[in-house]
Design a protein around this ligand. Sequence first.
Ligand SMILES: Cc1ncc(COP(=O)(O)O)c(C=O)c1O
Length: 442
Amino acid sequence: MDQTAATIEEIYTAENPSSLEQFDRDRKSMPGGAKGAYFYAPYPLTMQRGEGCYLYDIDERRRVDFANHHTGQILGHNNPAVNAALQAQLSRGIALGAPTGNEAALAEEMCDRVASVERIRFCNSGTEATLHAIRLARGFSGRPKIAKFEGGYHGSHDVVEVSVAPPVDEAGPADAPYAAPTAGGISPHATAEVIVLPYNNEDALEQLVRRHRDELACVILDPKTGILPLRKEFAQAVRRVTAENDVLFILDEVVGFRLARGGVQEYYGISPDLTAFGKLIGGGLPVGAFGGRADIMDLFDGSGEPTGFFQSGTFSAHAMVMAAGLATLQQLTPAAFRRLNRLGERLRAGFNDLRARIDIPVQAVVLGSLFSIYFTDEPLIDYRSLASNDSEMAQRVFLSLLNQGYFLSQGLTMNALSLPMEDEHIDGLLLAFEKALEQARP
Ligand SMILES: Cc1ncc(COP(=O)(O)O)c(C=O)c1O
């Protein structure tokens, strides 16, 4: 480690002693600490509270939150209307083991916002949402395989944990990637059930979907909103090619739903057969949902003749979650999206200006209120170009930003703005980022 990088880490360790103590305690009972996504070297900050766009750690340091709980906290923290909705449900009972009306209110709101969603079902996570959407696609089509994009993430069930982050030199041809398991313990059958597609490559998309059409239940697309620039024409090609080959199209809006009132699909002008949701629609509580065409979704209507399809879950459509989700969506008006996206534009302009002034290979992807930062000169078109990112540089910049009072996602690749932010928070981040680049440069 060079001098500057050592200094960044020394400052971090010196200023965050209570988080180190907490981490040492955490890992005694939980392997590696609380959960995979919370860990970053040398140890993660433990947070005490959040207020608006700020987080306060247990050493009482304040940071502007540009991670927003894996992008979900679009309203920031401690939102009064969300809290009031939770209090109101709390006083009626937390879990009543029956419909409460809350789920219908959120379902109606979602169907109203997203044109392709005629019916919707709730579950507990984005993982469950993609699992159920894929299972439904298999059942509806009677075909066994799925196609997903190399680098696309859809949660942690087996078939979608294929080719999420494969080593590029072992991943096969760029226009026909191999299917590779992402984590230990994944069923050996999973890779055999997945066709892997490259992003932003219409020819490969057409060829692979046509070749496998008789065994493909669906193509599932993670549009990697604010992570990879997905061309509009390409998103539209996914819709066209799936329709031409009679293969269902599942769009994963777990992250991207924060782009517009009608989600990523409104932005791209596409109408998927099924859509998976999560994150913000639960107002900060655990949630997932999947919905789409009535003729497919109605296979879950067990009120008449048995259909052979079933989806449930002890905590699915939980009254507290539904209440928080509705209170969140009610604040996400067209004006709120305009405000968020305008802040995103300010950030993009600032990054572009910075990039023109400095001699470090850095690129920012900004879409709506989502953004990522990469240290590479390669044009960002697919998973493999994203993988050229200098992750050690990213780690140094990330720690330097923490030292300067800015909390971004580890790796800097999934950051989000929140509604309480003002121009000054964007400008402050840009200044801190420039300083971080100077400190972290190799
Ligand atoms: C695009 C996408 N789909 C699905 C998921 C899985 O959601 P969850 O973590 O709620 O299971 C994620 C999680 O980050 C995601 O980014």
